[in-house]
Structures are given as C-alpha cells and as structure tokens.
Design a protein around this ligand. Structure first.
Ligand code: HEM
Length: 142
C-alpha cells in the first residue's frame, strides 16, 4: 500500500475544505456588513460564519498541516527550495485564517466597522495565495 499517496489524498481533501471556507467567509462578510445590526439576517450570518470557521476552516487547516508535515518527512522534501517558498505562503494563508477569526468575532459582537468594499478586496487574498502555493508544489520551479 502506498501510504504516501493516501496521505497526499488526505492533504488535498483538507486543502479543498480549508480553501472553500477561506473563499466563502469574506463573501459572507460582504453581505453581513450591509445587514442591520440585530436583524434576523445579521443573526443568521453570525451562525453561518461561526460554523464555517469552527467546523470547517480550523479543523481542515489542522489536518492539512499534519498531513503536509508528514509528507515533508516521508518525502524527504526538507531541503527543497519550492517547499521553503510554499511554507512562507502557507504560513500567510494560516495567518489569514486567524484574521478571519478576528473578523468573525467582531461581527458576533456587533462591532464590525469595515465596509463591504474592504471585504471584497480581502476576498482576493486567499485566491492569490492559492495560485502561488499550487504553482510552487505542482511545477516545483526551484
Ligand atoms: C499546511 C501546510 C502545508 C504543508 C506542510 C504542505 C506540504 C506538502 C508536501 C510536502 C507535499 C508533497 C509534494 C509532492 O509529493 O510532490 C504537498 C502536496 C500538495 N500540496 Fe501541500 N502543504 C501545505 C499546504 C498546502 C496548501 C495551503 C495548498 C493549496 C492551497 C497545498 C496544495 C498541495 C497540492 C495540490 C499537493 C499535491 C501535489 C502533487 O501531487 O504533485 N498544500 N504539500
């Protein structure tokens, strides 16, 4: 049995779930920023945001990291240039997940002050990071 391939499959599934949450959360914030504080719509967004963050984004990020670190160890990738670059961007993606957590808490406490435009722009960050990360790991340019 090719254990490495199984772990890589798990890694990719976790990445897909993590990315889905990272791409969708700022989109929810775009609509939530326009909702009246205390309205039913606003309260529904709070539940959606909390679940997406805690039930999908955080666990998926954990599994992606654990599986990824096992792949580094089992694949002997420790000295590869592409991996070092990838890790830099993956740390940025993990940091962005933390920032989304802070924004989710701001909305939960009805203290969001950021505009819809702000969240629209923030929505582009995970897309750009994903493009760079996938190119690095698939093309392995260095
Ligand atoms: C969380 C920390 C991460 C670590 C430690 C990590 C590490 C690794 C390693 C060592 C491999 C094996 C490469 C190979 O066998 O050629 C791999 C595969 C892969 N990673 Fe990650 N990765 C992480 C996060 C990510 C993220 C955030 C993405 C995408 C947004 C991603 C996308 C992929 C893909 C698509 C593959 C499969 C590549 C292939 O089969 O050629 N990884 N990762």
């Amino acid at each position: 049995m090719d254990l490495y391939a199984w772990i890589k499959a798990l890694h990719v599934v976790a990445i897909i779930s993590w990315m889905a949450a990272l791409l969708y959360l700022p989109r929810l914030f775009v609509y939530h920023a326009a909702a009246t504080v205390g309205s039913e719509t606003s309260e529904t967004f709070k539940v959606m945001e909390r679940r997406l963050l805690n039930a999908i984004a955080k666990p998926a990020m954990g599994v992606a990291w654990i599986a990824g670190l096992i792949l580094i160890w089992q694949g002997g990738w420790g000295a590869s240039g592409w991996l070092h670059a990838k890790l830099l961007f993956v740390v940025a993606l993990s940091g962005f997940t933390g920032v989304l957590g802070r924004w989710t808490r701001d909305f939960a406490a009805d203290r969001n002050t950021r505009s819809q435009r702000f969240y629209r722009i923030a929505n582009e960050a995970p897309t750009v990071l994903m493009l760079v990360i996938v190119t690095l790991v698939i093309v392995k340019p260095f």
